[in-house]
Write a protein that binds this ligand. Sequence first.
Ligand code: PLP
Length: 418
Amino acid sequence: MSSSSALWHPQAHMPSVVDDRIVVVAGDGAYVETSDGRRLLDATAGLWHANVGHGRASIAAVAAKQMERLETYHLFGRFANEPAMRLADRVAAAGPIPDAKVFWTSGGSDAVDLACKLARRHWQHAGRTEKRTIVSRVNSYHGLHGFGTSIAGLEFNREGLGSESLIPETLRVSNTDLDAVVRSVEAYGPERIAALVAEPIQGTGGVVTPPEGYLAGIQELCRAHDILFVVDEVITGFGRAGTLFACERFGLEPDMVLMAKGITSGYAPLGGVLIAPRVWEPFFAGDDAPVFRHGLTYTGHATACVVAEENLDIIEREGLVERAAALEPVLRTALAPLADHDLVAEVRSAAGFIAGVRLEADVPGELVARTCIERGVITRVITDNVLQVCPPFVVDESDLASIAETLVESLDDVMVRA
Ligand code: PLP
């Protein structure tokens, strides 16, 4: 499975990768095809993005139609395009923040950068100039732009950059222990904190769902201390949690919600931030309203926005949020027996159509993932030696059974070889 190329891969040890690429050439539902003719069950939905599955012709059709009419037009100053406006209204109406405004981006990391900048801008404008610190959680992943790299709870992503963090004034808190979060915030000084950013279910950090009451508790802590509460729904948004947004499931009403991935299911790069009135109002009224100095050439890219509209139509038409909710217990049941395997420490499947199989620390996770791929199922190793399982919503029960079976066979295989 290799082909030589000038391509430099993200998050890759290139000497190992150049002669060992898996080149994906086509996709159909929950399956993808490689350049050497193999058909693989995509148990990771790519990078957690392919909610509606691969190979949707109707999305390609709306993209082509939009491109023929107008590829895009930027949104700087007075300019706008219709798809960006329509999609903003639709997502604002469906999202967890009443009367929200939407600022579009090109992906999740962009949304993180925007939210952190806007949080700081908000407090500077309000005259609370000491409120600059961004709080995030142990094991969190918020993409790899400047802010995301700096606030991540995954230390290895900050290695070798010449300073502890690209952006100063960050604080990490517990991802599961509410009392510990309260203690950390109070010891640090809430008057210095601009925002707290949290994934409702941590993805890349190892599929970690906090205990009951934790998320509502950190929201309350934010309210009590005038800290903006930012929920990163880049993975959980658009159905993964069994509700359109995980905020619904966990009863959250944040000041900002970050989205990407599932908004287009990967058919075009798009992200965005839902913004509560408390944050947007000062920028929308009065001659002396400040300008938020932020934006990208492709903010609200028209073709990406029509792709998102068709993706949302598919989700509605096919009842895919309900389907993800219905598949959640099926996935949990299918993976449960793995907990008894000698090489498995724990199966994480507390909430959502998403799970992680944590291998014992000394198990070669990369070898297990490679073996799964050889046996026809794509998984990968994320933080804490966890195998990622989060298939497209179009899988059926037999696909989930074969994911579980392949994991067991691959683990057995690795055990025999050890
Ligand atoms: N936030 C979360 C929770 C993510 O999982 C990711 C990507 O996996 C990002 C942000 C970054 O998104 P992107 O890779 O689209 O920039």
